[in-house]
Design a protein around this ligand. Structure first.
Ligand code: GDP
Length: 330
């Protein structure tokens, strides 16, 4: 792809052409080394048009109703004139090659909406790599004029942290029957939440109300992440559309609270710096592993660490010395 075609792609994307956006995302997702400079040129060219969307992370265990919820909230937003992009981070797609959003029929109505753009999770590579590509796709969607971006993830593993590191607000979906034990297990994820939503409140409203009060008690025990926000717990039925409007109003209230206090700019700046360090860390590690002197010694040194004959500290020093003595030539 030449400089002229990058320019054409950028113009098509800015003009709101879905095909151009899809192509641009394919370019940033590409793992071909030759595509990287072009992807970076495109992202730099579009940087001035980014940053204007409400970025919302949505998480919850499989079966909690994420796709039903995204469809309900998404249709609500589109009906109010918003343009919505839905992205995903699914670490399991590394193993299966599939994706939690691979099947667009999960959001049947939304996927037919001209004002909605749904993109499956990129597959392959480390979680860091997948997250990095989703982050870049998010910026492309903003440049294409989408004013609300959802980033969905499954409620397991480290992917929540990755999503929380790229959105303004993090919404955690929960089931009404989640017992104390499960809630304790999920404490790490609960700490990331700016908003907790108990879904499927239609089935058993009493259970949903009980779960809501249990969460409210549990949240009181946590140190608030922001002085300007206490985490609300709402109930909804994604299936019936009950409570969806109140949830969107709460997301907007959170965005305003962060924006008014200057916290949003700080948060995004911190996220950008953390992303930078992640990229540097990954690039350095790649360099290290590609160093022939390191590669030749690595298995032996790892074997000694596994056997308990060498401490990780001594092993890391030995390997780093090898790396520094014979830096890889580019
Ligand atoms: P995901 O795996 O988190 O994406 O969950 P889905 O959106 O696929 O939903 C899992 C199941 O729960 C489906 O059978 C949905 O119809 C059902 N479901 C989702 N939301 C609700 C709700 O609010 N109430 C009820 N009763 N069922 C729901």
């Amino acid at each position: 792809m030449s400089a002229a075609s990058i320019e054409a792609l950028a113009e098509g994307l800015r003009a709101g052409q879905r095909r151009a956006l899809a192509q641009a995302i394919t370019l940033v997702e590409s793992t071909r080394a030759a595509d990287r400079p072009r992807a970076e040129a495109l992202l730099s060219r579009l940087a001035p048009y980014t940053g204007r969307a409400v970025r919302l992370g949505i998480s919850g265990v499989p079966g909690v109703g994420k796709s039903t919820f995204i469809e309900a909230l998404g249709m609500h937003l589109v009906g109010r004139g918003h343009r919505l992009a839905v992205l995903a981070i699914d670490p399991s797609s590394q193993r299966t090659g599939g994706s939690i959003l691979g099947d667009k029929t999960r959001m049947e109505l939304l996927s037919r909406e001209p004002a909605a753009f749904i993109r499956p999770s990129p597959s392959g590579g480390s979680l860091g790599g997948v997250a990095s590509r989703t982050r870049e796709s998010l910026l492309l969607c903003e440049a294409a004029g989408y004013d609300v971006i959802f980033v969905e993830t499954v409620g397991v593993g480290q992917s929540e942290t990755a999503v929380a590191g790229m959105v303004d607000s993090f919404l955690l979906l929960q089931l009404p029957n989640a017992g104390d034990e499960l809630q304790a297990l999920k404490k790490g994820v609960v700490e990331l939440a700016d908003l907790i939503v108990i879904n499927k409140a239609d089935g058993n409203p009493q259970a949903a109300a009980l779960a809501k009060s249990q969460f409210e008690v549990a949240l009181h025990l946590l140190t608030p992440a922001s002085p300007n926000w206490s985490v609300p717990v709402l109930t909804c039925s994604a299936l019936r559309g009950d409570g969806i409007d109140a949830i969107w109003q709460t997301v907007q209230r959170h965005h305003r609270a962060l924006g008014d206090s200057g916290e949003l700019a700080d948060k995004r700046a911190r996220q950008a710096v953390a992303w930078l360090w992640t990229l540097i860390g990954e690039a350095l590690q790649q360099d290290f592993r590609a160093n022939p002197a390191v590669a030749a010694a690595l298995d032996g040194v790892l074997g000694k660490v596994i056997a308990g004959r060498l401490t990780p500290t001594a092993a890391s020093r030995r390997l780093l010395e090898l790396h520094h003595r014979a830096p890889r030539t580019h």
